[in-house]
Design a protein around this ligand. Structure first.
Ligand SMILES: Nc1ncnc2c1ncn2[C@@H]1O[C@H](COP(=O)(O)OP(=O)(O)OP(=O)(O)O)[C@@H](O)[C@H]1O
Ligand SMILES: [Mg+2]
Length: 473
């Protein structure tokens, strides 16, 4: 058996390298540095202020954080913490299922389900680290982790797996072969190595949605074709129903073992955040109530630990921007508003064109009225805007479907109201900040002509960008 090539350093190892650079003993209360006061009476003290981009960059890089102990990567998604509170049972189960690989036996295939931010990827990454550490001597187990969100086709998945075992450039599977040829080459590369491969397909539901289940059929029956090596599959999904789309044989092969990760509650999120805050921040810079508030907000968002950590990180960044010495519950409120706004605006930016025009029409009506608007009025207003923009308006039925889509996205709320004599219509209410959302929609060149009058500088810039535009300048 030959040894497989080294994999690129995992995010886990990068994270722990960074965390170990935290200065020992940093954060004692007495050591807290205060921001330099502006020098009195214009007397120059210390080095002159930076003037060039290079000097600014040097200054930023040298600036010591008042709040962070070391690297802020500790609060990022890519960081794998050494402890995962409230996932001990899941870690034990995953380890128990995959452990046979360390004895040279084939483990059962495993499917892991759970809502977003419930620690699925983190748990598998931790078990992977521990198995790899133990397998180092024997070199018999190789993990290949693929985020299926980044994979478009069955071809690229098989190519990625095969190339994980290529020892020389000449062994690598190129693009442009037939799928059968790629499959054969992948098998040969795996057999040339000869150990047990644990293939982690993260976000496996996205693979199925994009390219069907043929490739999973191929992979799940590979052990009947492999001669010296073996393949175990770990699928991770946040869609509990995705196996309904699978062929019955594929479903039963992948589903040999199944673990469901339940969402975290507020108390569990607090423990997770406290652990992380201790690692990330200096002592005594997190006010009481900060962790509790981040946990409470995230618990309402389906118990998503990612959201809880993002809130804490953003709250710290808000505090830094305020030059505050401590992170307060108010910073968390600001962070929550900012995070929600960013999510809403990103969502609006990705709507299809007619749906953007429709949302714009709803916002305009709502802004004037400050009360619910009826479907008929919305359609009329949409139609006028579409015509003004040179678009062929869609039929009322399509627009009604788009209203439902906006409702599903949480951007508007529609309630049925009776209109006398048995007539019923929908009243639409807006659930987004109008003053932020309209400019976000106007960023689309298609909707730009609907924009409110800009100041003279902005108009000049717009005319400069678009010389064909007729306007006051
Ligand atoms: N028990 C825990 N202890 C510490 N950190 C955790 C825990 N659970 C999750 N996290 C952290 O929360 C973030 C989200 O976790 P993870 O990526 O594992 O979620 P997921 O279930 O894979 O979500 P998705 O379905 O969106 O991929 C990561 O930064 C992870 O380190
Ligand atoms: Mg994940």
């Amino acid at each position: 058996m030959t040894s497989p090539p080294d994999e690129p350093p995992s995010s886990a190892s990068v994270g722990s390298e960074l965390s170990s650079t935290a200065p020992a003993g940093a954060g004692a209360v007495g050591e807290r540095r205060t921001a330099p006061e502006p020098s009195s009476a214009g007397k120059a003290e210390g080095p002159p202020p930076p003037t060039s981009a290079g000097e600014f960059l040097d200054e930023i890089l040298q600036r010591k954080s008042e709040l962070f102990r070391g690297s802020r990567e500790v609060l990022r998604d890519s960081y794998v913490p050494s402890r995962l509170p409230h996932r001990e049972e899941e870690i034990r189960k995953v380890a128990e299922i995959l452990a046979p690989s360390l004895r040279g036996e084939l483990p059962s295939n495993l499917l892991i389900y759970g809502k977003i931010g419930t620690g699925k990827t983190a748990v598998v990454a931790q078990v992977r680290q521990d198995i790899q550490r133990r397998a180092q001597k024997s070199n018999e187990v190789q993990f290949i982790t693929v985020n299926c969100g980044n994979i478009d086709t069955a071809y690229s998945l098989l190519q990625t797996i095969g190339n994980g075992f290529a020892r020389a450039e000449a062994d690598r599977i190129p693009t442009g072969w037939s799928l059968d040829r790629v499959q054969g080459a992948m098998r040969r590369l795996m057999d040339a190595w000869g150990g047990t491969t644990l293939l982690v397909l993260d976000e496996i539901d996205r693979l199925v949605a994009r390219s069907g289940d043929n490739v999973l059929y191929t992979l799940s029956q590979l052990n009947t074709e492999l001669e010296t090596s073996r393949l175990g599959i770990v699928g991770i999904s946040n869609d509990l129903k995705f196996t309904n789309q699978l062929d019955a044989r594929v479903r039963s092969r992948l589903n040999e073992e199944k673990i469901v990760f339940e969402p975290y509650d507020a108390a569990e999120l607090q423990d997770i955040l406290r652990d992380r805050a201790k690692e990330a921040f200096k002592d005594d810079v997190v006010d009481p109530g900060v962790v509790e508030r981040c946990a409470a907000y995230a618990a309402l968002e389906n118990g998503d630990a990612r959201r809880a950590l993002a809130l804490l990180r953003l709250a710290a960044e808000m505090a830094e921007r305020d030059h505050a010495k401590r992170i307060t519950p108010d910073h968390v409120v600001k962070a929550k508003n900012r995070l929600e706004q960013d999510i809403i605006l990103d969502c609006c930016r990705t709507l299809p064109p007619h749906c953007k025009v429709l949302l714009y029409a709803i916002l305009q009506l709502f802004e004037r009225r400050r009360s619910g608007v009826l479907t008929g009025e919305v359609y009329e207003s949409y139609r006028r805007l579409a015509e003004r923009l040179g678009l062929q308006p869609l039929h009322a039925r399509s627009i009604s479907n788009y209203v439902s889509e906006l409702e599903t996205l949480g951007l508007v709320r529609a309630t049925i109201v009776s209109r006398g004599r048995g007539g019923r219509t929908r009243e639409i209410l807006v659930d987004v900040p109008i003053s932020e959302t309209m400019p976000a929609l106007e960023e689309d060149p298609l909707l730009a002509p609907l924009g409110r009058p800009k100041n003279r500088g902005q108009m000049l810039l717009m005319n400069f960008d678009n010389p064909n535009r007729s306007g006051p300048f």
